[in-house]
Design a protein around this ligand. Sequence first.
Ligand code: 5RP
Length: 219
Amino acid sequence: MLTQNQLKLAVAQKALEFVPDNCIVGVGTGSTVNLFIEELATIKGRIKGAVSSSEASTERLKAHHIPVYDLNTVDEVPVYIDGADEVNHYLHMIKGGGGALTREKIVGAVANEFICIADETKYVDVLGGFPLPVEVVPMARSYVARELVKLGGHPELREHFVTDNGNIILDVYRLHISKPVELEETINQIAGVVTCGLFARRRADVLILGRQSGIEVLR
Ligand code: 5RP
């Protein structure tokens, strides 16, 4: 029986196969990605560098002497490698457990291919078991919370947490997300929401899923 951490390591290692030579790699955030960064360091000679979705990942990349580019200076990001809190069979995801959802969504939008790396505990039929993170401009906290309640959610302020963009996170409990694309659009329209952690309009293109029975690559 492999531990969750061993499964995370297996998918992080497998992800290297998806990194083209001489490219700038999009790098996500979280414990699975931290393992991927360790792997990326072993092949850093064959890439140009990275664009990063968080200050935390930037620091780790730099510690490995992997050049980190400002996204605005980069023409093409062939692949973006990131974890997820939940992923369904259509490769829609909930992300933002680490609070980096907005920058993750930006780098994911720029990338030609979004590659999700996850262990099988994250693979679900219906999204919403994991509370949905929503990044919110601080002055809109109460208003956005009331609107989220109208949508059937139970928002809770993530205590003592400020995003890399200076905002707060509301974690929304008890949502049963049967229409992820629609819900993503609805939540993102609420004034004061920067973005929500549903990645459905731009889903993953590839899921590298670590299972006890082996690694599956799903598209
Ligand atoms: C961070 C994220 C992460 O990808 C997500 O939380 C999964 O993290 P981990 O690999 O630690 O389970 O969206 O904002």
